[in-house]
Design a protein around this ligand. Structure first.
Ligand SMILES: [Zn+2]
Length: 256
């Protein structure tokens, strides 16, 4: 559960533009271009390998592996700053931030030795980028809970979420699906509510994929991309009668 807290505000932050010719060197892998200044070949290999593994497991997990999103000129970019000071100075990130992503430009920024980057932040941010590539950037039909749920789905050790949510539901301390769709967490200082938001978002995606399979989830995402209508995509892919029906089925799954 603790991990949810790491990811509050990374999505959709404004991105500083790093012009070529500022001393960046380039290291390329199949789906990524890593820009760096002084980094050992070992650390570059480790970063690129980890990013490629994430790419493969995310596309596999979500059933997107038959779409080859990023190769050659279309590769995602990772900027690896030398240290925390340089990273903060160039990105204006908060003190505690270990990485930032800009989904539309498929760019991730971090620094060498950033805590939790390879294991937590990289998979989370890559999932955001890959999912947006699938459903379309700035698609108004895609709610924040779905974006964060897909990214949270990449975090492995959150098996206790269902029990946590069952408790919250029984206590009547639960965010309704309707409210969840309107919740804006990025500026929120209410930690408990933000944690609940991330847990519920994750659970919704987990419910769709574990109960109905990856192929249906892909079909759902394609419908979202083509129709740009959440309720219609849900009823097409899963035959829920409406949002209320979907919410009730999800709650039954949490309590079972
Ligand atoms: Zn996120």
């Amino acid at each position: 559960m603790r991990r949810f807290k790491l990811f509050f505000i990374f999505l959709l932050l404004p991105l500083a533009v790093f012009a070529d010719g500022q001393g960046w060197q380039v290291f390329k892998s199949t789906h990524f271009v890593v820009f760096y200044k002084d980094a050992s070949e070992n650390s570059l290999n480790e970063l690129a390998q980890k990013a490629e593994n994430c790419y493969n497991s995310i596309t596999e997990d979500l059933g997107f592996n038959r779409f080859n999103f990023w190769t050659w000129d279309n590769r995602a970019k990772i900027y690896l700053f030398n240290n925390h000071e340089e990273y903060k100075k160039e990105t204006h990130a908060a003190d505690w931030s270990a990485g930032e992503a800009n989904v539309a430009s498929k760019t991730i920024m971090t620094f060498q030795t950033a805590p939790g980057f390879l294991d937590n932040i990289l998979p989370h941010e890559l999932a955001h980028i890959i999912f947006n590539e699938m459903v379309g950037f700035n698609n108004p039909a895609v709610p924040l809970w779905l974006q964060e749920g897909v990214a949270g789905y990449q975090q492995r050790d959150i098996s206790s979420v269902k029990a946590y949510l069952a408790n919250k539901l029984r206590q009547g301390n639960f965010i309704s699906l309707d409210e969840l769709s309107r919740t804006e967490v990025s500026g929120s200082r209410d930690r408990a509510k933000v944690e609940l938001f991330y847990a519920e978002s994750y659970s919704l995606v987990k419910y769709l994929i574990s109960e109905f399979g990856r192929d249906r989830f892909v079909f759902f995402c394609q419908s979202l991309r083509d129709d740009k209508n959440l309720a219609r995509a849900l009823s097409k892919a899963y035959s829920f009668a409406g949002m209320e029906d979907f919410e009730n089925a999800w709650k039954t799954y949490i309590l079972e």
